[in-house]
Design a protein around this ligand. Structure first.
Ligand code: FE2
Ligand code: FE2
Length: 214
């Protein structure tokens, strides 16, 4: 089972059924919405639709754990966590999911696992698939609100990196408004997408960014 073709319908349906038992009904519907939205974004932005759909389905694979449960899960899958991350159990499910899925389904491509891993905290210089899953998580049809509606209308109309930054900025604002702790690497991650930064200039597609060149 673990080495079955991860792009077969059988694999998708088996994981879908398994996911339904791992998370509550709302999270399950959300995951199906993210899978569909990620596939649609991949179509528009020229990424691999099958990878996007699969990563969307799997991104919240570990969202069903409570705080002590996710810390135990991190130990079980062999993650070494900083004290900071240990104090932020809500953001760990992407990291543990990627590690657990890599262990349990070794045929899953690293691109899919990376998108799962990065969907909560983001990362420096993310690839197209990473951004697509990150965006789909925020803009799938079950998400509501004025900002979400506005951002949803921009899908396919602005470059992928611009849409990603809009969503990233939206999440950062939400974290502050809700008085949640801010991940210490948020500034580093944000800055890596700014044209002034060296890492930005080396990213593929950097010239499609709308706001000026370094
Ligand atoms: Fe998540
Ligand atoms: Fe999610």
């Amino acid at each position: 089972m673990g080495d079955a073709n991860p792009f077969s319908e059988e694999f998708f349906e088996a994981r879908r059924a398994e996911l339904e038992g791992r998370v509550g009904p709302r999270r399950f519907q959300h995951s199906l919405g993210v899978a569909d939205t990620a596939a649609a974004l991949a179509r528009v932005y020229g990424a691999d639709e099958r990878e996007a759909r699969l990563a969307g389905l799997l991104h919240d694979w570990d969202k069903g754990y409570d705080d002590p449960g996710i810390l135990a899960r991190a130990d079980e899958v062999g993650l070494t966590l900083s004290d900071e991350l240990r104090s932020m159990p809500r953001v760990l499910h992407g990291l543990t999911a990627a590690a657990a899925l890599r262990r349990d389904f070794p045929a899953l491509p690293e691109t899919v696992l990376a998108a799962v891993e990065r969907h909560t905290l983001g990362e420096v210089a993310m690839g197209d698939l990473d951004m697509i899953v990150y965006i789909a998580d925020a803009l799938e049809p079950g998400r509501t609100g004025r900002t979400v509606e506005k951002l949803r209308k921009q899908m396919g109309k602005v470059p992928l990196r611009e849409l990603f930054l809009e969503v990233y900025a939206y999440w950062v604002r939400l974290i502050m408004e809700r008085r949640h702790p801010m991940y210490s690497r948020t500034t580093e991650i944000w800055n890596s997408y700014m044209p002034e930064q060296e890492v930005f200039r080396t990213m593929p597609g950097a010239d499609t960014m709308p706001y000026g060149r370094p």
